[in-house]
Each structure stands twice: as structure tokens, then as C-alpha cells.
Write a protein of this length. Structure first.
Length: 627
């Protein structure tokens, strides 16, 4: 154990350290929190005051002055001169730091105590003149902690006063920011339109409403040499999105888009909860109308979708794809996949292929191995054609559904049976209401005769008539509703049959996108010829199918290399029945009456609804069942 550490631990003191008249090498530290003229003048006064203190202490030899201007004292790491002073102290350039008061040294209790303890351990004392605190004194740390706590509390109160002032300024509509916003020039307390830049803003919104994405718009702006707010022809997708999200272009002031995390760290963080933004009508002209801006926000929000990341977490992507395979594909390396133009066929149509972003952005595994580089984490799966996915889908669903014509026939028979039973019950109800209405009409006629013959009085007649009229009105209303429902839900077997045929394409046109989207929730390429398909077959019933597709398109015959079912609730359930096919039909394609029994829900399991498919490397416990 070093001597200094031993003395410090067991409170053994070198009494020469208590002689304050000995020769001292001194560092002076000063700080002002803002760069305003008054604060700068105060700093000059501080330095003059330190010079006076040095004259009062002839044993002080000033080694350096460390000044931080316009910097808060709540965090030591944000003060370069302070950090440089501590580093010089570690190098033994001085043995005494002199500062005016604790709040000049630090406004954070933790920073104050940690730093003074470190300095004390290396033999450097800190003297707070106004507070008369010497850190080498026995009660120095206690008094220092009390004063530092008061300084920190003053920072908290100052922060609250600033927030209160900001609230008042927002209510008054004070314009925040330095005015560096594309399309506007700040003049005093308002904005004026910069027509050249405003044209760029309008161009961004126009292109976005035409259906272009943010990256396409950025490329277009770069191609047209449109300058940004910084005067540079340097556009990217994120800069375009910032323009699209900025409500200032509608002539509106927006507050609360960012804030300090706390009064100690004072780290500026973005407020991602747009519902807490505060909007106020501005006194400057709009570049785009509110209608255009709202349309752009609607498009932007609708394009967002949940995307599973490599670590299993879920994030929100601002891009969506109309291509179903882009939405379903997830490479075995964990990355999403992109569709690219592969080649143009002889008939002029375009053939597309897919490859993962890992290979696109980081290069191929094979290339790195050829160069003798580490290939771990890189993807070795080359681009594969869309025709492979289409052929595998046809083969897989052919095996899942078995005899499609039989499925269709069974479905139609079930529908006919259901509607016959339902129609029979409806007709029976209508007949009963008609009989009741006829009885009421008869009673009303008899009641009129009895009144004419004087058998009942006027009041009794009116009371009985009102009761019968009310009952008649109720039955007529029920009859009207029943006839309306019967007309609206009239069965059209031809239309139902057509909907079923379109859904499963029984005439050799391939599997419909609706069926793929409903049952397939992920396709994972393991190699160029091996693909794992993850399926949702019903409530609590998921499956994984391995498909092999080898050879060229003309002579390729995909094969299903087993289907393993997991999360099954019904033991031995390995096939789809007709009722499941019916329940999977979108309601708009199949006009049918609401079921009197709870419909089977083919939505994805909870983990998948959140956009997080089962892990590729750690799949759920599975049991084998070959279809």
C-alpha cells in the first residue's frame, strides 16, 4: 500500500499540509454560465478579484488560470477548461485550486464530492474563498457537501423558472430557433418566405403526394441541384422526411418537439410523442396548405409497418412494399430482403429477384472468403428469382389443401345447408308476425264496432286502441327490418363460388395473394435452393415447412421436405377442413350472414402480430406431422 493511500485510509495526517503559509502552487478557476455581456464583465471582475487575493497571499504562486465561458456548472464533462485543470492536477503542476465559491466549481453534488476526493487523494487541496472551505480540513467535506447541495438546489429552481418562462413565451407566441429553416428567412421575430428555397419545399411535397418515397425525392433533388438550408446540394432520405414532418410550412408554430432530460445533465432529447406537440397559428405566410401537409402525414403514417430486427426487437419502418414477398422474406442471417430488377424477358416483361440487405450493404460471404477475410456474420445466399417463390407457393398450397375441387364442393354444400336452415327460420318468423298483425287488425275492427254500439266508453276505447296500435307498430317495424336483412343478405351462390375460385385460383393461375398473406407469415431462405416457410394454419396451430427448389425454371419441380407443426392445441390435427377455408375468406369477398357461433380467428399469434416472428435459431418446441 502506498504511503499516501495508507495515510488517507487511516486518517494519518502530514501536519505540514495544514500550514497554509507555506509556499503553494496555485491554479485559479472561474466560470460564467452565459456569454452575455454582463456575464463577461462579471468574469473580468472575477479575474481582478483573484489577482487581489493573490496579493493578499504572498505565498501563492499562480501557475495558471482556467476559465469556462458560457457553460453550465451542472456537469463537469461539459467544461473543457475544468477538465484540463483536473488533468494538470494529476500531473502535479499545482497543489492548490482556488475558486470563488462552490457554485462556481460545480452545481452537482456528486461531481463536487467525487472530484474533491480524487484531488485530496493526490495531495491537491481546493479552497472556496467565499464559503471559507478548505477541503483538507476535518469538516471540509461535510461543509462542502452542504454548500454543493444548496448550489444544486439553486440550479433546480433556476431550471423551473426557465421552464415557467418558456411556457409564458409559448402562450405569447414567441418564435423559437435560429431561423435556419429551408424556405424561410428570419426577420426579427417572424419569418419571411425565401422564394427560391420555398420552391424546393413545394417540390418535396408535390413529389411525395405523387407517390415517390423519401429516398427517390432526395435523389431527384440532388439531380436537380436543389440546395438545402445550409446551401449545399446534399440531400438524403432523412432530410426529406424532416421537411415533410415540419408543420412550420403551414404557417404554424410548433412547440415541445424537444426538451432537456433533466436539470443536471441538460441533454437535449427529441420528443417522439407527436400527440404532445403544441401548435399555434403563426404570423408568417404558409408555403404549403394545411390540406397538402395533412395528406402527406397520412401517407407517411400509412407507409409505416412493424419490422423485426436481428435481436428479436421490433421497430417501426417508414417504408412499406406492395410486393408480398418483400413483406414476408426474412433471410437466415436475420436481415430483411429487397426486390431488384433481374433481367428483361424476351416478351419485354421484367423478371425480379430478391437478396438480403446484409449482402447488399456489407458484401458477400464468398468474396470475403476469397480475400482471406473473416466471413462470420456475412450472407452467402445469392439473388434468387421471384419464380422460385411462386412455384414453391403453388406446390406448398397444393399439398396443404389437397383436392381443391373437393374443398370447393364441400364449402359450397356447407353454405347451401347453412342458408337453407337460416332461410327456413327467417320464413317461420315472418309467418308468425303476419298472423299476429292480422289478429290485431281484427281486434281493431271489433273494437270500433263495440264503440259504435255503445258497449264501451270513449276513454276505455281510446286506451285499448292505443295499446293495439303500439303493438302493431312494433311488429311492423320488426317485419320491415327482417325483410331488409333478408334482401341485403340474399344468397348468391354464383358469386360465392366465384369468390372461392379467385381465392385459391382453382384454374391453374397460381395461389392468390390473399391466401398467401393470410397463411404465410415468413419465408426464410437457407440457401439458393432451400427455403423454410412459416405458416399459420389456425388458432394455436402454426407450422414450418421446408421446401427444395433445384434446377432452372423450365425443368424445376419444387418438393416439400416435411412439414412440422408446433403450438398445436388439438392433438393430431394435421389438415385443413372446409370450415377453416370459409373462415379465412375476407368478408368483402364472401357475402354471408354473421355467424351465430364464434368465428375461427386466423390472425397471427401475439408474438407475430407484434411483428416479431419466432427466432430462426431457437424455434419453439415442435412436434412432427407430415401432411
Amino acid at each position: 500500500m502506498m504511503r499516501d493511500d495508507y495515510n488517507y485510509r487511516f486518517k494519518l495526517t502530514d501536519y505540514t499540509q495544514l500550514d497554509r503559509n507555506r509556499k503553494r502552487k496555485v491554479a485559479v478557476y472561474g466560470r460564467v454560465s452565459t456569454e452575455h455581456e454582463a456575464q463577461i464583465a462579471a468574469l473580468e471582475n472575477q479575474m481582478q478579484w483573484y489577482d487581489d487575493q493573490a496579493r493578499y497571499h504572498p505565498n501563492w504562486e499562480i501557475q495558471g488560470r482556467y476559465i469556462d465561458e458560457g457553460i453550465t456548472g451542472t456537469q463537469a464533462k461539459k467544461r473543457p477548461s475544468f477538465l484540463r485543470m483536473i488533468d494538470d492536477a494529476r500531473q502535479g503542476k499545482f497543489d492548490l485550486i482556488v475558486t470563488r465559491e462552490v457554485c462556481r466549481f460545480a452545481r452537482n453534488v456528486v461531481d463536487t464530492l467525487v472530484i474533491t476526493r480524487e484531488l485530496k487523494g493526490i495531495g491537491v487541496e481546493v479552497y472556496f474563498i467565499e464559503d471559507n472551505i478548505w477541503t483538507m480540513d476535518g469538516d471540509g467535506e461535510l461543509r462542502l457537501s452542504l454548500m454543493a447541495t444548496l448550489a444544486q438546489e439553486e440550479s433546480r429552481k433556476t431550471s423551473e423558472r426557465v421552464r415557467a418562462g418558456q411556457k409564458v413565451s409559448r402562450e405569447k407566441g414567441v418564435l423559437y430557433g435560429n431561423g435556419n429553416i429551408l424556405g424561410y428567412d428570419r426577420v426579427g421575430d417572424t419569418y419571411q418566405i425565401n422564394e427560391e428555397q420555398a420552391e424546393t419545399v413545394r417540390m418535396i411535397f408535390d413529389l411525395y403526394l405523387q407517390g415517390k418515397g423519401s429516398l427517390q425525392i432526395a435523389n431527384e433533388l440532388n439531380a436537380r441541384h436543389r440546395k438545402s438550408a445550409m446551401g449545399l446540394v446534399k440531400w438524403c432520405a432523412s432530410s426529406v422526411v424532416r421537411v415533410l414532418k415540419n408543420a412550420t410550412y403551414t404557417g404554424t408554430k410548433c412547440y415541445n418537439k424537444s426538451r432537456n432530460n433533466n436539470y443536471l445533465d441538460q441533454h437535449r432529447v427529441l420528443n417522439l410523442d407527436a400527440s404532445t406537440y403544441l401548435y399555434q397559428e403563426g404570423d408568417f405566410p404558409a408555403i404549403v396548405s394545411k390540406e397538402i401537409w395533412n395528406k402527406a402525414q397520412s401517407i407517411r403514417i400509412n407507409r409505416r409497418k412493424a419490422v423485426a430486427l436481428r435481436d428479436g426487437k421490433v421497430t417501426i419502418s417508414n417504408r412499406s412494399s406492395e410486393d408480398i414477398w418483400v413483406n414476408k422474406l426474412r433471410c437466415s442471417c436475420g436481415y430483411a430482403c429487397r426486390r431488384d430488377k433481374w433481367h428483361v424477358r424476351k416478351d419485354g416483361s421484367i423478371s425480379y429477384g430478391y437478396q438480403c440487405y446484409n449482402r447488399i450493404n456489407n458484401g458477400s460471404k464468398q468474396k470475403r472468403e476469397e480475400m482471406g477475410l473473416d466471413s462470420e456474420g456475412y450472407c452467402g445466399i445469392r439473388m434468387y428469382g421471384d419464380w422460385k417463390l411462386e412455384m414453391m407457393a403453388d406446390t406448398l398450397f397444393e399439398q396443404l389443401l389437397g383436392d381443391k375441387h373437393q374443398i370447393l364442393q364441400t364449402a359450397l354444400e356447407l353454405l347451401k345447408k347453412y342458408y337453407r336452415e337460416s332461410s327456413r327460420k327467417d320464413q317461420q318468423g315472418n309467418s308468425e308476425r303476419k298472423v299476429q298483425l292480422e289478429r290485431i287488425d281484427t281486434r281493431l275492427r271489433n273494437l270500433t264496432v263495440m264503440r259504435a254500439d255503445g258497449e264501451i266508453g270513449k276513454e276505455e276505447y281510446q286506451q285499448l286502441r292505443d295499446q293495439l296500435e303500439a303493438e302493431k307498430s312494433r311488429l311492423e317495424e320488426e317485419q320491415k327490418k327482417a325483410e331488409s336483412v333478408e334482401c341485403r343478405e340474399a344468397m348468391d351462390l354464383d358469386r360465392v363460388e366465384k369468390a372461392l375460385e379467385e381465392l385459391v385460383h382453382l384454374k391453374g393461375k397460381g395461389v392468390s395473394r390473399e391466401l398467401v398473406d393470410q397463411i404465410v407469415y415468413r419465408v426464410t431462405p437457407v440457401s439458393e435452393t432451400h427455403f423454410d416457410w412459416y405458416l399459420h394454419l389456425g388458432p394455436g396451430t402454426d407450422a414450418q415447412a421446408g421446401l427444395l427448389v433445384e434446377g432452372k425454371k423450365g425443368n424445376c419441380v419444387p418438393s416439400v421436405n416435411g412439414i412440422r407443426e408446433f403450438l398445436a392445441q388439438e392433438e393430431g390435427k394435421t389438415d385443413l377442413d372446409a370450415s377453416e377455408i370459409l373462415d379465412s375468406l375476407p368478408s368483402e369477398q364472401l357475402p354471408r350472414r354473421p355467424s351465430r357461433t364464434p368465428a375461427r380467428n386466423l390472425a397471427r399469434p401475439s408474438a407475430l402480430r407484434a411483428g416479431c416472428p419466432p427466432s430462426i435459431t431457437n424455434p419453439p418446441a415442435q412436434k412432427w406431422a407430415v401432411f
